[in-house]
Design a protein around this ligand. Sequence first.
Ligand SMILES: NC(=O)c1ccc[n+]([C@@H]2O[C@H](COP(=O)([O-])OP(=O)(O)OC[C@H]3O[C@@H](n4cnc5c(N)ncnc54)[C@H](OP(=O)(O)O)[C@@H]3O)[C@@H](O)[C@H]2O)c1
Length: 220
Amino acid sequence: MAGRTSDPRSLPIPTRIGGFGGVEGLVRFLRDECVKRVVDATHPFAALMSRNAAEACARTGVPLLALRRPAWMRQPRDCWIDVPNIGAAVRALGAEPRRVFLTVGRLELSSFAAAPQHSYLVRTIEPVGDALPVPNVVTIQNRGPFDEDAERALLLRERIEVVVTKNSGGAATYPKIAAARTLGLPVIVVARPEKPHGVEEVTCVDAVLEWLEQRHDRTP
Ligand SMILES: NC(=O)c1ccc[n+]([C@@H]2O[C@H](COP(=O)([O-])OP(=O)(O)OC[C@H]3O[C@@H](n4cnc5c(N)ncnc54)[C@H](OP(=O)(O)O)[C@@H]3O)[C@@H](O)[C@H]2O)c1
C-alpha cells in the first residue's frame, strides 16, 4: 500500500506499506524477495509508482500486469470542463468568486491557494490541516462509497456552484458526478497522468487472477 491513508482497510494477504527507494530500491526488493510476478494496482493518478514498476520489471525481467480502472466517460447531460492537470483546474475556476466542491485528494490541495477568492468545501479521507490556506474553506472527512441522493443533498445544502474532481474512475466516488449532472452543475475534470506504455493491462481483478494462473501454469 502507498501509505496515503493512516487507517487503510485491512487485506486478507500479507501487506507492506510505503515506497521502495525509487527504481533501484524496487529492483533490489524484487531480487531479494524472489518476486515472480508484479501487479501494478496503483491509483490512476500515481504516475511515479507505475513508472518505477515498469522500469524495475524491465530491468529484472519480472512479468508485469497493470490493473487500470477505466476512466469516467462524459454522459450526454454532463457539463464537464476537461483540464489536463490541477494547475489548469485552478485556472478554470475563473476570477469571480464561486462556491467550489473540491474532491481532488489531499496531496495537491495547496495549488488552490492561488485562487483564494473562492469558497471551498473540501472532502478528503485524511484530515487536511492547513493545506489550503484561504479565507473561506470548510473541510469534511469521509470515505466512499458515496450515495447519489446524499451527494445531491450535500451540493444543494452547501449551495455548490462547481465541482472539481480527478478522473479517478470507479463506482465509489461516481455519485458526485451523477448528482452534479442532475443539478446541471459544471464539473471540472482533471485528466489522468500518462502511465507507462507497453505494459499489459486489464480492467478487473478477475482478469488479474486469471493472468496469475496462466503464468503460474507455464512457469515451473
Ligand atoms: N496512492 C494512493 O493510494 C492514492 C490515492 C488517491 C489519490 N492518489 C493520487 O495520486 C497522485 C500521486 O500519488 P502518490 O504520491 O500516491 O503516487 P506517486 O507520485 O506515483 O508515487 C510517489 C512515491 O510513492 C512511493 N510509494 C509509496 N508506496 C509505494 C508502494 N506501495 N509501491 C510503490 N511506490 C510506493 C514511491 O516512492 P519510492 O520511489 O521511494 O519507492 C513513489 O516514488 C496524487 O494526485 C494523489 O492525490 C493516490
